[in-house]
Design a binder for this molecule. Structure first.
Ligand code: CA
Length: 231
C-alpha cells in the first residue's frame, strides 16, 4: 500500500469521459488515483509512483495497450486490470498471457470495476506480505520454503524452516517456547522446552551464530525468543 495505507491506482485511458468518471469515483471511494491519457505518460507515471494497481485501456493513441503491458511487465509486477472494448476470447487470453491480472470488457459499470480492483488488491497485497519476509540480510520465502542469508541459500530441515518462518513473521516480537510448541509443533499441552532449544541451536548454527553470540535469534531470559534485525 502507498502512504497512509491508501491504495494507489494509475489509470491509462485515452477516452476523457471514462478517465474522468473512473478517477472521480475511485477517488471518492478512498483510492489515490493518477490518470494518464497516453501509453508513454502512463508508463512514466507507473515508474515514478510505483502504484499498487494499474487499470489499462488497450486502444491508446500512441502505442497498443498490449505492447504497453509487455513494457510494464518488463519493469514491475504491479497488478494490472485490462479494461477494453475488445472482448474476443483470444484478446482476453492474450492479455492474461502477457501478465494481466484481470480483464474487464467495456462497457462496464464503475461498481464492477471497483469490485475487480478490490479483489485484485486483496489477492496481491495479502500474498506479497506473507510470501517473502526480509529481516536484515535474512530472506525467508514462505511460499517457496527457501531461506537466504546475505544471498546464500541456507538449507533447513522442515521443522527448522517452520520455526524460522514463525519467528520471522513476528520479527521484533518475543515468542515463548510454550507458544512455539503449540503453534509450530502443534503440541499445545505437551512437549518439552528442550525440543525448542535443540531446534533453536541447530538453527543458530546454520545462521552462523550461537546463543552466546546471537545475531538474529535473541533469547529473552525467562520469556522466550525473538528474531531481530542485527545492529
Ligand atoms: Ca481507448
Amino acid at each position: 500500500m502507498g502512504q497512509y495505507g491508501v491504495a494507489s491506482i494509475v489509470i491509462i485511458e485515452d477516452e476523457q469521459r471514462i478517465r474522468a468518471l473512473v478517477t472521480r469515483v475511485l477517488s471518492e471511494r478512498g483510492y489515490e488515483v493518477r490518470a494518464s491519457a497516453t501509453a508513454l505518460d502512463g508508463l512514466r507515471t507507473i515508474v515514478d509512483t510505483s502504484p499498487d494497481l494499474v487499470i489499462l485501456d488497450l486502444g491508446l493513441p500512441d502505442l497498443d495497450g498490449m505492447e504497453l503491458l509487455k513494457m510494464i511487465r518488463a519493469v514491475t509486477d504491479v497488478p494490472v486490470i485490462v479494461a477494453t472494448a475488445r472482448g474476443e476470447d483470444r484478446d482476453v487470453v492474450r492479455t492474461l498471457d502477457l501478465g494481466a491480472d484481470d480483464h474487464l470488457v467495456k462497457p462496464f459499470s464503475v461498481e464492477q470495476l471497483e469490485a475487480r480492483v478490490r479483489a485484485v488488491l486483496r489477492r496481491t497485497s495479502g500474498g506479497q506480505r506473507e510470501e517473502r519476509i526480509v529481516v536484515g540480510a535474512l530472506v525467508v520465502d514462505v511460499a517457496a520454503r527457501e531461506v537466504t542469508l546475505d544471498g546464500d541459500a541456507i538449507h533447513l530441515s522442515p521443522k527448522e524452516f517452520d520455526l524460522l518462518a514463525y519467528l520471522a513473521e513476528r520479527s521484533g516480537e518475543v515468542v515463548s517456547k510454550r507458544q512455539l510448541l503449540a503453534e509450530v509443533w502443534r503440541q499445545p499441552w505437551g512437549g518439552s522446552d528442550k525440543t525448542v532449544d535443540v531446534h533453536l541451536s541447530w538453527l543458530r548454527k546454520k545462521l552462523g551464530e550461537s546463543a552466546a553470540e546471537s545475531c538474529y535469534l535473541q533469547t529473552v531470559h525467562g520469556v522466550g525468543i525473538k528474531l531481530v534485525e542485527p545492529f
